[in-house]
Design a protein around this ligand. Structure first.
Ligand code: ATP
Ligand code: MG
Length: 331
């Protein structure tokens, strides 16, 4: 089996519908065909200031949600980044073969540092892509599912892998981006031309998986649409309706064209009611499962402990090779 690796940050109290339909849903299906590693990058999270208690809680909630969504710790390796010290150790070595100019060209850092101002910008945020390269290269995955915003970072990862391989000896697999076909992109319910996002969406435009389903249903019923009456998929002219169709399609596993036929001659209220129902039907049992995992912290931590141990077997191996090749004494 080929190996895939992916991570999601523990920086919110709940994942949102975009995270699920655009990424996590596919993580679940990838488990069938790949040797999958999934991790919660808490070390990346602290590149911006985090409340310690909150971070710990969010890390556990992130894990609980992944388990509740169907990540199976018996088939996949689910772990928390900071519990695998090899990530930090490899990041240091990689930072020593990364050009300062090369790192300075990362556009995400430029964007974020401009937004936050120099005083709130940390060296950690600057070296974030190097840590990300370490996250990936430790496990020698063939493919890494990445969104558009991480493409440049993956390119750096590939360059660092090739550079290390050439300068020392072939050590790393140069990973390919894994583009999952047909991943849904979900838009803000109040501004359906903008991506649904935890940091940019207004509360009314954002559907959190762990919110009270009644609240989410209400947000769907208040979603911005248009002044026509026809239910059809047309992103240009009808972004709100198109977004609702995509959401319903994904939640009910019904093609959008089938939905268009089903809703011919019916009103927007019907569509919204059905999206709301589908969402409540999905979120209600999910919430219950997450609560169950959160109620037994010992068990949750045990699952993560096993994941970290499995991850360390692979990561430790790679790191030992790296240390040897750069000329460190054996431990
Ligand atoms: P931020 O606003 O902090 O960037 P976010 O809401 O964009 O947060 P991320 O943590 O950046 O969420 O993304 C986690 C995963 O969810 C990524 O794989 C990303 O591509 C996916 N994702 C995020 N938002 C959406 C969306 N609206 N539609 C589809 N996929 C999404
Ligand atoms: Mg994002």
């Amino acid at each position: 089996k080929q190996r895939v690796l992916s991570g999601i940050q523990p920086t919110s109290a709940s994942f949102h519908l975009g995270n699920y339909l655009g990424a996590l849903q596919y993580w679940v299906t990838l488990q069938d065909d790949y040797d999958a590693l999934y991790f919660i990058p808490d070390m990346h999270a602290i590149t911006v200031s985090q409340d310690p208690k909150e971070l710990r809680k969010r890390t556990r909630i992130a894990a609980a949600q992944l388990l509740a969504l169907g990540i199976d710790p018996a088939r996949s390796t689910l772990f928390v980044q900071s519990q695998v010290p090899e990530h930090a150790e490899l990041a240091w070595v990689l930072s020593c073969i990364t050009g300062f100019g090369e790192a300075s060209r990362m556009t995400q850092f430029k964007d974020k540092s401009v937004k936050q101002g120099a005083d709130n910008t940390t060296v950690g945020l600057f070296t974030y892509p190097v840590l990300m390269a370490a996250d990936i290269l430790l496990y020698r995955p063939h493919q890494v599912p990445v969104g558009e915003d991480q493409r440049q970072h993956l390119e750096l990862t590939r360059n660092l892998a090739q550079r290390f391989n050439t300068r020392f000896k072939k050590t790393f697999v140069v990973p390919e981006p894994h583009i999952v076909k047909g991943t849904a992109k979900i838009y803000d319910l109040q501004d359906p031309t903008a991506k649904m996002s935890k940091s940019a969406s207004s509360d009314a435009g954002l559907i959190n998986l762990l919110d009270d389903p009644k609240v989410s249903a209400k947000k769907v019923r208040s979603a911005v649409t248009d002044t026509e009456r026809e239910i059809r998929y047309d992103v240009e002219n009808k972004p709100g309706i198109s977004n609702l169709l995509v959401i319903l399609s994904a939640l009910t596993e019904t093609p959008v064209v089938t939905l268009e036929k089903d809703y011919a001659g019916r009103g927007y209220g019907d569509l919204k009611a059905d999206v709301a129902d589908a969402l409540v039907g999905f979120a209600t049992p999910l919430r219950a499962k997450v609560e169950e995992y959160m109620a037994d912290q010992g068990e949750l931590d045990r699952i993560l402990g096993i994941g970290a141990e499995r991850a360390r077997e692979i990561a430790g191996n790679t790191l030992a090779q790296v240390y040897d090749r750069v000329g460190f004494l054996a431990r």
